[in-house]
Design a binder for this molecule. Structure first.
Ligand code: TIU
Length: 222
């Protein structure tokens, strides 16, 4: 057990053998122009900026022998797992399934659905494809975590208040100790990121902990 003293709202005892690093939706569709995030009217450059930090933690975690889970939001090509309430909402430039510069928006197997090359999964890491914002809904994630005896989840990825927060809340309700890397997550809306970090740690860590990436890396075995 390694203590992360800088964690909020109080120190977090990291048990690497029973922890997974969960990187949420670092896909081209959210961080590059022409994808799903941009189609909703967002400035994607904010999200691109965290890639080096996420990579730094990922490399340190791998070097320490930690296990990694990557998630991807997306739908089957026939959109049978995309509720019409999700596809029809709002006035995006491109809807889910429409053809854009990175292929069909948010569709499994299309270029935009891929994880950015700098954070690409390697052999032995789990990739979870999810149709929703939360990574536990309609996926085999919980079963996979149980099979490996995982009890702690360390989160990074995008966006802080949508897929990251939804997944953290799902995990918290399932009994996992959750820690969000403060500079390893980002939102299209800086005020939403700040509010999410505050919501997670308020009330004695009602959803979990947060910590800076440097403190997490320092706590990893050399
Ligand atoms: N729109 C937005 O902020 N996020 C999403 O739609 N998905 C994820 O957060 N991955």
């Amino acid at each position: 057990m390694r203590l992360i003293d800088a964690a909020r709202p109080f120190p977090f005892g990291l048990d690497l053998a029973h922890a997974a690093l969960v990187i949420i939706d670092m896909q081209r569709d959210f961080v590059e122009p022409g994808g799903f995030g941009a189609s909703l009217g967002n400035d994607v450059t904010r999200l691109q900026a965290i890639i080096p930090t996420v990579r730094g933690v990922l490399e340190a975690w791998r070097a320490a022998g930690g296990w990694v889970v990557h998630t991807r939001e997306g739908h089957r090509p026939d959109l049978s797992d995309c509720p019409s309430a999700k596809r029809e909402r709002g006035q995006p430039m491109l809807r889910i399934g429409d053809l854009g510069p990175m292929g069909r928006v948010l569709v499994i197997g299309e270029p935009g659905h891929a994880i950015v090359p700098a954070l690409a999964p390697v052999a032995g890491e789990l990739v979870i494809d999810k149709p929703g914002k939360g990574a536990f809904y309609a996926t085999p994630l919980q079963q996979a975590l149980q099979q490996r005896g995982i009890t702690q989840l360390v989160f990074m990825g995008v966006t802080t208040e949508v897929c990251v927060q939804t997944t953290m809340r799902e995990a918290n309700d399932r009994g996992y100790e959750c820690l969000l890397v403060e500079d390893g997550t980002e939102s299209y809306f800086p005020e939403f990121k700040a509010a999410t970090l505050a919501m997670i740690t308020a009330q004695g860590g009602i959803v979990g902990w947060t910590a800076p990436s440097a403190a997490l890396i320092a706590a990893l075995p050399a």
